[in-house]
Design a protein around this ligand. Sequence first.
Ligand SMILES: Cc1cc2nc3c(=O)[nH]c(=O)nc-3n(C[C@H](O)[C@H](O)[C@H](O)COP(=O)(O)OP(=O)(O)OC[C@H]3O[C@@H](n4cnc5c(N)ncnc54)[C@H](O)[C@@H]3O)c2cc1C
Length: 289
Amino acid sequence: MIPASFEYHAPTTLADALRLLGRNREDGKIMAGGHSLTPMMKLRLARPGSVIDLRRVPGLSYIREEDGHLAIGAMTTYWDIMSSELVQQKRPGLAATAAEVADIQVRNKGTIGGSLSHADPAGDMPATVLALEAEIQSRSSRATRATPAERFFVDTFVTRLRDNEILTEIRIPVAPARTGESYKKFANKASHYAIVGVAAQVTLGRDGNCEKVRIGITGAGPKAVRARASERALEGRDPSDRQIERAANMASRAVTLYNEDIHGSGEYRAHLTRVMTRRALQEAVANAK
Ligand SMILES: Cc1cc2nc3c(=O)[nH]c(=O)nc-3n(C[C@H](O)[C@H](O)[C@H](O)COP(=O)(O)OP(=O)(O)OC[C@H]3O[C@@H](n4cnc5c(N)ncnc54)[C@H](O)[C@@H]3O)c2cc1C
């Protein structure tokens, strides 16, 4: 299939990319790895008049530790994230999630910024940035702003990004001591997209009880969500199998509308949500210990 015609721009500075986007607010689209935008254009689900390719813009691909955070540039690929020793040490749940995305070809090209901007309801990264309490930075020609991950995802393919903004950086606080992380997904066998994916972060107190629990769910509904009732059910309690089961059983309530398609009914996805939450919590607790 062939996309509709469009103008292609390959700016070499972020300022130029922002200027081009500002000039084409109506129908301009940023291209990062192109692994979601190109198929959307070929299917004519997206028909941008201008494509602004970020691949020649320097300084958008990096992973560094600063001010108690991991700072990750928007153009950093899944491969860079999963193979980064810094990420493996400081936020292993993020490395584990990147390793779960699609196949090696997609992981080599797809970017974390592209994944979050695209907000595919079956994308993996949205669940993990919710569970790890990331902050998403974006820039326009005039200003830089930060949005907490829990406010970023609005609906299917809709985020808080404005049409003159480029997502530039993801900031994730470094994990406190006695924290374990996990990402568990039940994947579509062909594409590897999440039918349901659950990310969990558990911090244990000195007494061995759960001090802080964060859970992000993807694939189940129109957008990735936090499972707050499950988080509250476990905080302050001992992470026994019984308590984890109880908390996991509440997770399906976090999704108000379930996706239904050829890959699974809403009822099936609700069941998977409970199962994947239990598995993610069990692994996060084991890792915290
Ligand atoms: C065969 C196949 C299998 C896949 N399987 C999975 C999977 O298992 N799990 C999963 O999570 N994903 C999967 N994906 C999607 C893949 O992860 C994409 O790479 C990702 O969703 C988008 O990243 P990208 O860098 O390719 O972005 P692009 O395709 O370039 O862009 C996607 C969208 O985000 C916008 N955008 C991109 N970057 C920015 C930015 N910095 N600022 C503002 N807007 C921006 C674009 O305008 C576009 O609307 C799969 C893709 C393919 C082709």
